[in-house]
Design a protein around this ligand. Sequence first.
Ligand code: PMV
Ligand code: MG
Length: 332
Amino acid sequence: MTKTVRTCGKLYLAGEYSVLTAGQGAILKHIPIYMTGKIHFAEQYRLFSDMFDHAVDLTPDDDYSLIQETVAVMDEFLQSQSISLSPFSLTITGKMERDGKKIGLGSSGSVVVVTIRAIASLFDVPLSADETFKLAAYVLLKRGDNGSMGDVACIAYEDLIYYQSFNRKKIAEQINELPLEKIVTQDWGYIIRTIHPQLPCDFLVGWTREPAISSVLINQVKAKISSIFLTQTQEEVLRLEKALLVGEKEIVKQSLEKVSCLLLQLSPAIYNEKLRALKRSSRGLDCMAKSSGAGGGDCGIALSFDSEASQILVERWQAAGIEVLYKERWDR
Ligand code: PMV
Ligand code: MG
């Protein structure tokens, strides 16, 4: 019998770069563009992802190292529950690309979560969103990932969330010292809370068609992160969360503008030409657009408070070569 699971994509609304520092927060939104995992018991292990043109077993393969690492972590996790892994065939599709270009919705985080969910479902082990997050973060930390883990938090919770990061160095160090079970059952010190916005508006995603690599941008930008940047960003992130919860449009617009401005000042690598055009397109309209995530390409987001503004924004984006990747309506 085949089991099917899926995972969404994610985008940052606010808190980029700041959330890399432990204790700082960000707001992320799940994007319902999915990756699917189909899994069934088999004679031998077989892993296939449509990102590559070949399938593998568990023999180390560079292309499949992320998926294979996730399988190894799940093996250890199941063992701690007295379940032993037996061979399966896992097929992952939905590579989060358009025209052969990655769209920047967090495909590496999504591939880890889809693999975790597939294995858990095959062995009938229910996992909460929180356990899924910890296991995914564990895999990424084990691999030396330099991200904040906000992506896997959002993908695991599949919701609009406030995510406050934890001391990743401490957990990464424990990976070599303590059993997995011990690590995943302890309190890591992060905060994840879902946000139910009370703000009628359109949420739009604009894709620049220019792929960017977050880990490269992080290395370029991280030395510029100052304590003032952190304090000011955190203040706006919390203000934004609150304003979304109570539906205060003007505050939402102001805080998005402020965090965007802070990113603009942080490094010229973030707002490249296309993202500047994406942001500029909201001028004079009852909406607010900004870059999302590491920047340098990928996507930007917008909140628009009137349908005419949404239409004009989309037209301006199209004229600037920015594609609407996703659009949804938020109602109270
Ligand atoms: O470009 P994305 O969606 O991978 O976002 C990166 C956001 C950063 O804060 C710059 C890094 C991180 O992992 O939090
Ligand atoms: Mg990105």
